[in-house]
Every structure is written in structure tokens, then in C-alpha cells.
Design a protein around this ligand. Structure first.
Ligand code: ACO
Length: 251
């Protein structure tokens, strides 16, 4: 999708070397998310330039995102083929876990519903001290279905995830940091710099080793210790062969 079309759905997309930045850019509507925005996000994932290693997701204005644009609900209740449509929406969120990239959500103000789930889709969350996470879906008679339930449980555990979702309460910065939802809390005016610093740190390690290590870490929970050890060996053998090939070329 071209820049002009992205602007029309309230998105900005910039690539600077190995860092891509996606900005939700509808601050007057608190970056509420439409179906068109999800389609554009999925498109960014499909066409992400190969050199990109870090993807930053941020929101313009006082809130990261107030969740789904409430005007979308009317369009969904009467829709047919809901299974396929929801699966399409989920594509906007899924690609942010790819092993070849590390995604960082820079979250300030409200991150509600789909906004919370977008932040959960990223590998890391750096938040401002005014952050307010809220999984509002159950309060609206819905479930969170934009890929956020798995990372939430994996980050904070089942009991806290039940507490957060089934009360639809707000989680502030101190709690978010304490329970592992946020890697770092900074003052609002330090958020951009903190994210840039983290991106620079992430770019300081070898690209292929980073992707292989992320694959290992992502797979760890679903494997037995024995299988994980086997996966470590397989990735390491590939790394060692690749390093040997490089040394050969340099000789
Ligand atoms: N969808 C559509 N428009 C929205 C949304 C939304 N989710 N959230 C805010 N807006 C609009 C408001 O209607 C308002 O528009 P207007 O100026 O044309 O009247 C504008 O954004 C600013 O909103 P305010 O409420 O004035 O902003 P404030 O900063 O005081 O509050 C807050 C922000 C707390 C996010 C509030 O707007 C809110 O509660 N929004 C709804 C949140 C919600 O229920 N989201 C759905 C969750 S479920 C899901 O995402 C699947």
C-alpha cells in the first residue's frame, strides 16, 4: 500500500536503515483501529523490506490506541463468514512475532482492547509512566480475539490474565512493569529515546544469530527439555557452518 493510502487509514510507515517505524496516526480518535487499518498493517508485514530487523509500533497523541473503532462493531454483527474475516484481522497482529525481526511497542496513555492486543503482539513493550492497559472486550460481551490472549498468559500467568481480562480493569505502569507486561517504564518525554536506545542495543548483535535465537526462545515453551536441547544443537550447527563459510570467504 502506498504512503497516501496509509495516511487515509491513519497510519505512517517509515524505514530508516534496519529500523521500521509504524505510527498509528489518528490522534483525534485516539488511534482507534478500523478494518482498513488492519488490512494495511497486514500489508506492511507482507512487504516489509528485507533489511529491517527492528519494528517499532507507536501511537501519535495522548493514547497509544483506544482499541477497535466502535463504528466497526455494527459492521461485524451482521457479517457473514466471520471465521475467515477474524482470521484476516489477526494477520495484522501475527507477523510482528516473526523471528527475523524484533518488534517493540512504545506505549503511552490508553492501550485498550485491540490497542492492548497490538502492544501484546510485539516482542517488547516500553511504556510511559501514564500507560493504561485495559482488556475491555469482556465488558462489551466479547472475547479478545486479536492474538493477545496467548502472549498475555505467557507474560503474566493464567491467574493475572484472568484477573485483568475478566474485570476489564486498568493496569498502570507500576503494575505493568512488576508483572512483566512492560520491559521498561520511562517518563512520557523519554519514550522515543528509550525505544531508539533499545533498537540500537538489539542491532548490536549478529543478525542471523538473533533470528536463530528468537526461534529457539519462541519454541522453548512448547518443547520438552530434550527436544529443546536438540533444537539448540540444530541451530548451533547451522550457525557454526555459516561462520565457517564466512571465515573461508575472508581468507
Ligand atoms: N472508536 C471510535 N472513536 C473513538 C474511540 C473508539 N474506540 N475512542 C475514542 N474515540 C473518539 C471519541 O469518540 C472522540 O471523538 P470526537 O472528538 O469526535 O467526539 C475522540 O476519540 C476523543 O475521545 P475522548 O473520549 O474525548 O478522549 P479521552 O482522551 O478523554 O478518552 C478514552 C480516551 C479513554 C480512550 C475514551 O475515548 C474511550 O473510552 N474510548 C473507547 C474505548 C473502547 O471502548 N474501545 C473498544 C475496546 S474493545 C476492542 O478494542 C476490540
Amino acid at each position: 500500500m502506498q504512503g497516501g493510502n496509509l495516511e487515509a487509514v491513519g497510519l505512517r510507515f517509515e524505514v530508516d536503515g534496519e529500523i521500521a517505524t509504524i505510527t498509528l496516526d489518528r490522534p483525534d480518535k485516539r488511534n482507534a483501529q478500523t478494518f482498513a487499518l488492519w488490512s494495511a498493517l497486514a500489508g506492511i508485514g507482507e512487504t516489509l523490506p528485507e533489511q529491517v530487523r527492528v519494528v517499532v509500533v507507536k501511537g501519535e497523541g495522548p493514547s497509544f490506541s483506544a482499541g477497535i473503532d466502535l463504528s466497526m462493531f455494527g459492521q461485524m454483527t451482521g457479517a457473514t463468514d466471520l471465521e475467515r474475516r477474524i482470521e484476516e484481522f489477526q494477520q495484522a497482529f501475527l507477523w510482528l512475532r516473526r523471528p527475523e525481526i524484533v518488534s517493540i511497542a512504545a506505549v503511552q496513555g490508553h492501550a485498550i482492547g485491540a490497542g492492548f492486543q497490538l502492544a501484546l503482539s510485539c516482542d517488547l513493550r516500553i511504556v510511559a509512566d501514564d500507560v493504561k492497559f485495559c482488556m475491555k472486550e469482556p465488558a462489551l460481551g466479547l472475547v479478545p480475539d486479536l492474538t493477545g490472549t496467548k502472549p498475555l498468559v505467557e507474560l503474566v500467568g493464567l491467574a493475572k490474565a484472568v484477573d485483568i481480562c475478566l474485570t476489564a480493569r486498568t493496569v498502570g505502569a507500576e503494575e505493568a512493569y512488576r508483572i512483566g507486561l512492560a520491559e521498561r517504564v520511562v517518563a512520557r518525554d523519554e519514550l522515543d529515546q528509550a525505544v531508539q536506545d533499545k533498537a540500537a542495543e538489539l542491532l548490536s548483535v549478529d543478525r542471523d544469530a538473533a533470528a536463530a535465537t528468537k526461534r529457539l526462545l519462541q519454541g522453548a515453551r512448547g518443547r520438552t527439555l530434550e527436544d529443546q536441547c536438540a533444537a539448540e544443537r540444530a541451530e548451533q550447527i547451522e550457525r557454526l557452518r555459516s561462520l565457517a563459510r564466512l571465515a573461508e570467504v575472508r581468507r
